[in-house]
Design a protein around this ligand. Structure first.
Ligand code: NDP
Length: 349
């Protein structure tokens, strides 16, 4: 099968298109999946650069891509939810993380696989698993409840476009976000009540009355977000502020599954040193701060499926769908530019 992969850490030049074997069989308690569409996410280039190697070292080659939509090709021993031919979507877990989704086939354990929303194409569905589950888990971790006022930094990105819609669907009374001017109408159409043009205006100035209950950080702007959230409120970041608790939360594997091991001493020390000043600043502003690491799982995907199938959640992929695994370099370049609107998709078949 064709795949987009890298054999060492480094810049964009270490990635290559290659022909590699199709995984030989479905894993125990999992599936072999024929991929119809996959997406790229910033984690792909952060991991490729080697920035995460102290936390999660890789063996090579690594096939890029974390999420996909496709059909079940083979069922492993002990897997029972789906049969051959079923349409599914998934965010792979760390068990087979070298076997990414930027290829024609991948493998995944059952606990990460959910039925594809019936009203989405494979391209639309492939956009959901990593980014939308992240948005849902950020809201949850920040203690979101109906009626809350929410500020979302970076509303036009993959995570932001879902976060706006999910916050509205779950009953936020005000959703405000930041984006560049050309992207404002789209974010309003997704449900944003107010959008600050981040190129001309500082959101920390506009909202210095601290009217928000919670804020979600996609742009490493926690210090400014502390200025807009009311005392007693909370800020969740997926970019900075990672702690031992972030790691432990991400390792919870859900009902019937054993949690992943807690971080070792070196990782705990690293996390503490890199984020303690932020936690001190949050505490001085009487706020709770949470560094959120995605915990992939099928249950959250199923919750999102309900929002999709009731028309409350959609994927923004327009003009960012590339065709064929061999179009991956072009798609990846857009992802790594940081200028995409919504999600970047590669349609495989
Ligand atoms: P994207 O690449 O999709 O974000 C790109 C968008 O961000 C563009 O539309 C860009 O708009 C906008 N943007 C960039 N800077 C700003 C800014 N200062 N203010 C407002 N908008 C801005 O990223 P994702 O949404 O996929 O991910 C966001 C971050 O979250 C990444 O760093 C990612 O690694 C992280 N993440 C972490 C996870 C975790 O588990 N911890 C999980 C998922 C994501 P424009 O072109 O107009 O500048």
């Amino acid at each position: 099968m064709r795949a987009y992969l890298y054999r060492s850490y480094g810049g964009p030049d270490v990635m290559q298109l290659a022909t590699v074997p199709v995984p030989s069989a479905a894993p125990k308690s999992g599936y072999l999946i024929k991929i119809h569409a996959f997406s790229f996410n910033p984690i792909d280039f952060k991991r490729r650069s080697g920035a995460l190697k102290a936390l999660r070292p890789d063996t090579f080659p690594v096939i890029l891509g974390y999420d996909a939509s496709g059909t079940v090709e083979a069922v492993g021993e002990g897997a029972s939810k789906f049969k051959v031919g079923d349409e599914v979507y998934l965010r792979i877990g760390q068990e087979f993380s070298q076997q990414g989704t930027a290829a024609e086939y991948t493998i995944a354990l059952e606990k990460y696989v959910a039925a594809k929303p019936s009203n989405m194409s494979h391209e639309e569905a492939a956009a959901v698993p990593l980014a939308a589950v992240t948005a849902l888990q950020m809201l949850r971790r920040a203690g979101f409840k109906a009626g809350d006022k929410v500020f979302i930094s970076g509303g036009a990105g993959g995570v932001g476009t879902y976060a706006i819609q999910i916050a509205k669907a779950l009953g936020a009374s005000l959703v405000a976000t930041s984006a560049s001017s050309a992207k404002i109408p789209l974010l309003q159409s997704l449900g944003a009540d107010e959008v600050v043009d981040y190129k001309t205006t500082k959101f920390a100035e506009v909202y210095k009355d601290r009217r928000f209950d919670i804020a979600l950080d996609m742009t490493a702007e926690c210090l400014d977000l502390f200025k807009v959230v009311k005392p007693g409120g909370s800020v969740a970041s997926v970019v900075i502020a990672f702690s031992k608790e972030s790691w432990t939360e991400a390792g919870k594997q859900g009902p019937g599954c054993e949690d992943l091991p807690s971080p070792g001493l070196f990782v705990r020390l690293f996390l503490w040193l890199s984020s303690r000043s932020l936690y001190n600043a949050a505490s001085s502003a009487s706020l709770s701060l949470y560094g959120v690491l995605l915990q992939p799982n099928a249950l959250d995907l199923e919750e999102l499926t309900k929002l999709v199938e009731t028309g409350k959640l959609r994927s923004i992929i327009k003009d960012q769908v590339f065709t064929g695994v061999d179009a991956s370099p072009e798609a990846f370049k857009l992802c790594e530019s940081g200028r995409a609107t919504g999600k970047i998709i590669v349609k495989v078949v």
